[in-house]
Design a protein around this ligand. Structure first.
Ligand code: SAM
Length: 269
């Protein structure tokens, strides 16, 4: 693809900035299986080994904005494959009751299963049983996940959940108005204890810089560019015209690590 001139590039950034400031936010119940391949590598190579080393008990995981199940199912598949002995449970929440009902009946169409650009035949064979036209998630994967309706803006509900080792809220916060996104982030912080990891793809980058600092969250500096570029497969085309658009990767900003990093570890304060 032809490289845009510096002026064109500058104008795109201005356009995106204006859209971020003015575009109305709208809930979207869109998801894909195996959406975050390099994040999974970081999870498997860095995050989980560190948690195992710290000698915690069974791993407690929560996914917010789980939609119709693709994200927690993919996560469970990755953990089972790479850590067959690991004792873990995933609590998965979404605010929309219909998508939770859908997630609880784990059969999907071919189109739903293969929608994600990173889905491989191995992933499908390992995690689904084909029943005619439908793909059923294997029971051993489903046994590790509980789906329920839950609102990450409800502070009382969030505070009642306790602490987790891994907290996911991906591609959720950028669909919320800024005030709500800040509230949601503060609520997610309630679920973290020192050493817990937060996975937070898909939020306003300036807000991410400010709030990760405010809540003592240290970037996990691993595969930042590769993780960023995975997200651009979906959100990079016409990025400047959409509030959910993902800018090209760049190290120019003083804050490039926090702007682009999507995995954070809660510090010992
Ligand atoms: C774009 S989808 C992302 C799904 C998945 N996390 C992924 O990355 O593929 C956003 C999901 O967040 C859910 N959501 C929006 N506001 C929420 C809230 N306040 N609490 C919990 N879930 C919410 C939506 O209903 C939707 O299913």
């Amino acid at each position: 693809m032809e490289k845009p001139s510096r002026l064109k590039n500058f104008l795109r950034h201005i356009k995106h900035w204006l859209i971020l400031k003015t575009a109305p936010r709208k809930n979207r119940v869109y998801t894909q299986f195996y959406r975050f391949p390099h994040q999974y590598r970081a999870l498997v190579e860095k995050v989980v080994p560190k948690l195992i080393e710290s000698g915690r008990g069974p791993m407690n995981i929560v996914v917010f904005g789980c939609c119709s199940g693709a994200e927690p199912i993919s996560l469970a598949a990755v953990l089972r494959k790479n850590f067959p002995e690991l004792d873990f449970h995933i609590s998965a929440y979404d605010i929309v009751p219909e998508v939770i009902e859908r997630a609880q009946k784990p059969t999907y169409s071919r189109e739903e299963v293969y929608q994600g650009p990173f889905v491989t035949e191995d992933f499908v064979r390992e995690n689904f049983v084909v029943e005619g036209e439908r793909f059923r998630v294997k029971p051993e994967i489903m046994a590790t996940i509980t789906f329920a309706v839950g609102d990450l803006l409800d502070r009382t509900f969030m505070a009642s959940l306790g602490k987790f080792d891994l907290v996911f809220a991906q591609n959720v916060l950028f669909h919320l108005p800024a005030t709500n996104a800040r509230l949601a982030f503060a609520n997610l912080n309630l679920l973290l204890q020192p050493g817990s990891a937060l996975f937070i793809n898909g939020m306003d980058v300036d807000m991410r810089v400010k709030l990760t600092r405010k809540f003592y969250l240290d970037p996990v500096e691993y595969l930042i560019e590769e993780i960023h570029n995975d997200a651009r497969v979906d959100r990079g085309n016409g990025w400047a015209s959409a509030y959910w658009g993902r800018k090209p990767f760049s190290r120019v900003s003083r804050e490039w690590i926090r702007e682009h990093c999507t995995i954070y570890s809660k510090a010992q304060i």
